[in-house]
Design a protein around this ligand. Structure first.
Ligand code: AMP
Ligand code: GLY
Length: 425
């Protein structure tokens, strides 16, 4: 069995590592991949958004199955195009990927089907949006670009001036291009945030173990928003009771809503939730695995990932019992100093084993390249150092012990990943 994985981050590395546990998978190609991934897969230099190029690669390599992981190729219809060429894929088609690609679509979907989320209005005129924010008169006000914006399209305004600035940035200066043609202005919510990734075949939905990301660059949730500086799984906030409530009020209704809209979702559907005092609410949907959530969720999976992926595509999830380890996992991101703003690349990474791994922990490569036998930094987020433990404390201790041994010049990591939940049971 030959598999093609599209993408190049720590998330893709985690997917590949898990797929490799299946003895029937004899070869994995990753496009474009990265230095560290090249120890686990053959990397091919095709851009993740190059649909024609990816199809040509899949045909040339005669791959049996393709896993499309990042949001942009999914939104562009890579799965549609591959399937049309007879290449079976894991991932939603473009019609279903719109659940992430358009916030206006997802907010309207939630309203139509009564799925709990922040109250909102949609605007295509910045003056009207400002008028609405003034009328509401409550801050913080949340302003979101409709389209994909590298995770940076959500602006939280503390006052009128910041709201005006946010609308200007998204709608007039077009910081994220056409993504800002429309904006969603929504109510500010409070409470712990939980990520729930789920497998779905369009009918049946199987939530994975819950997780929690740390989005800000610095300790105590200070500094700029990043792609994610570390994760833990499971989230102690996501109790069995809340999980049951979410299944009833959010997860199943979403899958059913997408089916009713003629957009059945097959693949990994990511629920970004906030556990507000009024109950769980959807903050966002993603049409893909989260990064760095995947790095803590997949190590806890006992069932074969490829079998699950095939079942999602074939509508056969009901026949599978998906099993999880009764353990915890933590992942600390080692980033280049300066990230998420400007940073230097090309520093040698010390402390890695010859194959890029490390005894007792799982090192996921996000932004590395290989120069002979040496790994060099090659991105903002460089490594994800993950560890399993019997509980969160043990997982965090093991991950941080490895962080102390693996590093590079100007390395930046948060020292407080999981700190808020360390002693919660
Ligand atoms: P999103 O890209 O929609 O996940 O938003 C990025 C981050 O902004 C979320 O993870 C939240 O921390 C925050 N956020 C988004 N929407 C809201 C909201 N309505 N209330 C409070 N925080 C929010
Ligand atoms: N960790 C957040 C995301 O993948 O969107």
């Amino acid at each position: 069995m030959k598999i093609l994985v599209v993408g190049s981050g720590g998330r893709e590395h985690a997917v590949i590592r898990k797929l490799k546990e299946n003895p029937e998978i004899t070869s994995i190609i990753c496009a474009p991949g990265n230095g560290g991934i090249s120890a686990d897969a053959v990397c091919a230099s095709v851009k993740a958004t190059d649909i024609e190029g990816m199809i040509a690669l899949a045909k040339q390599e005669q791959v049996d199955f393709c896993v499309v992981t990042p949001d942009d190729p999914l939104a562009l219809g890579m799965v549609d195009a591959m399937e049309k060429e007879g290449i079976p894929c894991f991932g939603p088609d473009a019609k279903a990927a719109v659940i992430e690609a358009s916030k206006v679509f997802s907010k309207n979907l939630m309203k139509k089907y009564g799925i709990p989320t922040a109250a909102y209005e949609v605007f295509d005129d910045p003056a009207k949006a400002m008028e609405y924010i003034r009328e509401q008169g409550t801050y913080p006000a949340v302003v979101k670009a409709d389209g994909l914006a590298l995770g940076k399209g959500v602006l939280i305004a503390q006052n009128e001036e910041e709201a005006q600035e946010a609308l200007k940035e998204l709608m007039i200066d077009k910081a994220f291009g056409a993504s800002g043609n429309q904006v969603v202005v929504e109510e500010f919510m409070t409470g712990p945030e939980v990520s729930v990734l789920s497998f779905t075949d369009g009918n049946v939905i199987c939530p994975m173990v819950s997780s929690m990301d740390h989005k800000r660059a610095n300790d105590n949730d200070e500094g700029l928003n990043t792609g994610g500086m570390g994760t833990i799984a499971p989230s102690p906030f996501f109790t069995k009771e809340i999980a049951d409530q979410c299944m009833k009020e959010i997860f199943l209704p979403t899958v059913n809503a997408m089916k009713a809209e003629g957009r059945p979702f097959k693949g990994c559907l990511y629920f970004g939730l906030m556990l507000t005092p009024q109950g769980p609410r959807v903050v966002e949907y993603n049409c893909r695995f989260g990064d760095p959530e995947t790095q803590v969720v997949l190590p806890l999976l006992n069932t074969d990932l490829f079998t699950i992926m095939k079942a999602c595509r074939e509508g056969a999830l009901a026949d599978l019992a998906i099993e999880w380890k009764d353990e915890a996992c933590a992942c600390v991101i080692e980033a280049s100093g300066g990230y998420p703003q400007s940073y230097k690349k090309g520093y040698p990474i010390h402390g890695l084993d010859a194959d890029g791994c490390h005894e007792g922990v799982i090192v996921y490569h996000a932004g590395t390249k290989k120069d002979g036998d040496v790994y060099l930094t090659n991105g903002g987020r460089v490594l994800g150092i993950a560890a399993l433990g019997r509980d969160l404390n043990e997982a965090l201790d093991k991950a941080y012990a490895a962080v102390d041994e693996i590093g590079f010049e100007n390395m930046h990591c948060r020292r407080d990943i999981g700190a808020k939940v360390r002693n919660l049971k």
